[in-house]
Design a protein around this ligand. Structure first.
Ligand code: ADP
Length: 484
């Protein structure tokens, strides 16, 4: 493997509240390591309840003030400007993402950053297209709807695609006219705060976007339980998603959740096996396996099991694991020592040889039964379980035998079988002869315990708008029910 180079002095970051960069009220900071070396990459202000309160107050003031008075066109122009500034700085942002998260530079450059730009660009266009309806009610009445922003949105995001998740959350919320308090994951706070600089440069009114970096149990919990938040959006583990939903229930705050997964990636004997092997690799080893829609359960039709497994193993062994800043690296380190240890608990004998970074090798478990823990629990690492099946019915039954329902993949040349599977599988996204495809225009989200609500596409606007029904009497006559 290529060896990651030591770091320079740590970068320093403050919170972004009411348009200003400020220290935490407590003056506390926390360190975020570079996962490739274990060294401190940045020292970041640590928000807790007091800072969250300040940020929510700023977001409320902006929502009731300048932001609500701005035209939809001007909101859209700001979002578009932001997308252009991100594109201008994409190379630098990609490098910071890789140093903070550990993902290969090839990924942050060609997947994450283009996705960020695409999302802001796409939702910029929606600002001027959010419309109400007129309803054909009976009698001399005019009834119409207004589609209005929800208000102040708390958004809590994970560490696996730090800037991309910020974009998925911020872009639709802002397009619809909401203001936001965003809490990045403590493992990867850097690029969200870099984004704050561009938000400032683009000219968003102060308080429209506030970014509070800190820990989940403190800053995150303070946001989720805040009385003056109108909506909370969360992406992360199913376990924390349940805590968020409980906290939100106390104030009946609206909630959307994008949670864990244990996706089936299904290989039929009639598939193009080379393509299927590539698809299986993409499904489980992309982003070090730290993907909620990872194809972590690979279902293989019994008669091609040996052929598939042989090729899959051969390819997995060749994956270049190493310095994420090396353009040829396909897998970098896991995001944190904690994550690495969690993964190792599944496969302790595979302790990798690396020095201080949090590296783990691609791992395949064969002969797995779908009932085993390894096939039921989300590992969130480069660990796949290969499970065999004999026919379509058995496959559907096993594939759906999970608490999760985020995504699914199928590899077959038989179009009837492919669409039958797409209909029968209980998952929010289905990939046929491909995997991990996404676009800002296409909805993404889960069935079952993978969450509720759809991000991206026009469906994301449902999460960030509410409908008001307005009745107008056209008859000019008194109601008369209680007499004239
Ligand atoms: P992981 O277990 O993979 O680190 P989490 O679901 O814990 O993922 O984290 C996703 C996000 O949720 C992070 O921003 C984290 O800080 C936040 N978080 C964790 N615990 C809580 C909590 N109790 N309340 C609110 N946010 C939390």
């Amino acid at each position: 493997m290529s060896t990651p180079q030591p770091q320079t002095t740590p970068r320093r970051y403050q919170l972004f509240i009411d348009g200003q960069f400020v220290d935490a009220e407590s003056s506390k900071t926390f360190a975020t390591p570079n996962p490739a070396t274990g060294e401190t990459f940045a020292e970041v202000a640590e928000a807790d309840k007091a800072d969250v309160d300040k940020a929510v107050a700023a977001a409320r003031k902006a929502f009731e003030g300048k932001w609500s008075k701005m035209s939809a066109r001007d909101r859209g122009r700001l979002l578009y400007k932001l997308s252009q500034l991100i594109e201008r700085d994409a190379a630098q942002l990609a490098e910071l993402e890789t140093r903070d998260n550990g993902k290969p530079i090839k990924e942050s450059t060609y997947i994450d950053l283009p996705g960020v730009v695409e999302n802001f660009e796409y939702f910029a266009g929606w600002s001027t297209k959010i419309e109400g309806e007129t309803i054909p009610v009976p009698g001399q009445m005019f009834n119409y709807t207004l589609r209005e922003p929800v208000g102040v949105c708390g958004q809590i995001i994970p560490w696996n695609f730090p800037l991309l998740m910020a974009a998925w959350k911020l872009a639709p919320a802002l397009a619809a006219g909401n203001t936001v308090v965003l809490k990045p994951a403590e493992q990867t706070p850097v690029t969200a705060l870099e984004l704050a600089k561009l938000i400032q440069e683009a000219g968003f009114p102060e308080g429209v976007v506030n970014i509070v970096t800190g820990y989940g149990e403190t800053a995150g919990a303070a946001l989720a339980s805040h009385k003056d938040i109108d909506k909370i959006a969360f992406t992360g583990s199913t376990e924390v998603g349940k805590l968020i939903a409980k906290a939100a229930a106390e104030n009946l705050t609206k909630v959307s959740l994008e949670l864990g997964g244990k996706a089936p990636n299904v290989i039929f004997a009639d598939a193009d096996i080379d393509q299927a092997v590539n698809g299986a690799m993409m499904g489980i080893f992309f982003n070090q396996g730290q993907v909620c829609c990872a194809g972590s359960r690979i279902f293989v039709e019994e008669k091609v099991k040996d052929e598939f497994l042989g090729r899959f193993k051969e390819k997995a062994e060749k994956v270049k694991v190493g310095d994420p800043m090396d353009k040829a690296t396909l897998m970098g380190p896991q995001v944190s020592a904690e994550q690495l240890n969690r993964i190792k608990s599944w496969s302790p004998q595979l302790d990798p040889q690396f020095q201080n970074g949090y590296f783990f090798q691609p791992t395949i478990f064969s002969d797995v039964d779908n009932k085993m823990r390894v096939a039921q629990e989300e590992i969130f690492g480069p660990v796949s379980s290969v499970i065999t099946f004999k026919d379509d019915d058995e496959l559907i039954q096993k594939a759906n035998d999970t608490i999760y329902g985020l995504s699914a993949g199928i590899w077959t040349q038989n179009i009837t079988r492919a669409h039958r599977f797409a209909k029968a599988i209980k998952a929010g996204v289905v990939w046929i002869n491909t995997y991990n495809m996404m676009n800002a225009a296409s909805p993404f989200g889960g069935y079952k315990q993978s969450g509720y609500g759809r991000e991206m596409g026009k469906h994301a606007l449902d999460l960030y708008t509410q409908v008001k029904s307005v009745w107008v009497d056209l008859s000019g006559k008194p109601i008369g029910w209680f007499g004239k």
